[in-house]
Design a protein around this ligand. Sequence first.
Ligand code: HAM
Length: 371
Amino acid sequence: MYEYVETPVFEETELFARGIGQSTDVVQKEMFTFEDKAGRSLTLRPEGTAPICRAYVEHGMHKRAQPVKLWYWGPFFRHEAPQAGRFRQFSQVGAEVLGTDEPSADAELIVLLSQLLEGCREVSVRISSLGNPRTRSAYRDELRDWLGAREGELSEPVRARLDLNPLRAFDSDDAGTQAVMAEAPKLIDRLDDEDAEHFAAVRSLLDDAGLAYEVDPGLVRGLDYYTRTVFEFESGVLGAQAALGGGGRYDGLVELLGGSPTPGVGWAAGIERILLAQPEPVEGPPRGVFVAVAKPERREEAFGVANDLRAAGVAAELEHTTRSLKGQLKQADRLGVRHTVILGDAFELKDMETGEQREVDGVQEVLREVA
Ligand code: HAM
């Protein structure tokens, strides 16, 4: 059972700078940061995991029965170049499990996200393991040296960040860099025994659940807090911004934010991208009634007719301007309603599809007709 939680839309900048990591694009370039009247630096939340861990510590959630399972949704903000599927304000739905490092928690979350994305087109999932900070740091040195010897073949942005974060080279879309990275040593081959076992256990549970996935040793997530399992769901119909959702384990984050050592794992998915990846919407049949007024003195009556229709559960639209009857029928067409009531010399009902127009008794007959 996941419990719903809401965290504030902005937090102290320090929370994100520490939690997400100084070397990430999110912290270096994408935060909407401002000062409040007291001179404190605040930031519109670019993601939800650091705030959830902050709340876990601040509200003593470690005292509850573990694990604590939380879910959230709401607006998030990143100062990125807007393009199809990438917005400066977007919506995420997310789930986090704190207080267990069991592989079953990782697998449960991955299966949960795959179920959430079931209706989306062309979904695939990649997974990997980033091990622990010790092995990662040794690997980072190894990769930096390895890439340093091939610097001439790398793109300029990758070279510029070689010292800070050589792993991001796996994310590059430059063909030369990609060719180098295909040959590069992989972190997944450098995991210690415990982390390798953990990853094998997660995979085995996913296999049992019948979930198809690809192990991608080059999977790099854009946030620094990850340890062990990482994963990303993509849709083949989204173009350049293909990621529907992703996440992973962050066993050091609660401690980094001042709590006692507490493992955690979770994901977030982009709601706008989920909508973009839905099958083309099938248009339903036209429905609803437009109430047109051909005689100004019947305006008040029209208001009552629309109210009566709505009270009976029919979507009714009233003429609120002083258009001619022709203009009103055009508006009814634009709205795509199935029928129009015309209050003129008589009480008439027009079928917008067939064009048939006839006199009716009143609202009751309209209701029988549109039922
Ligand atoms: P993330 O991969 O940075 O992870 O974001 C999750 C999802 O949010 C992306 O897969 C994407 O669908 C959506 N998203 C991100 N940026 C944008 C944008 N500018 N416009 C539209 N959609 C966007 C996280 O945020 C982590 N907090 C996930 C997590 C939870 N890891 C552990 N627990």
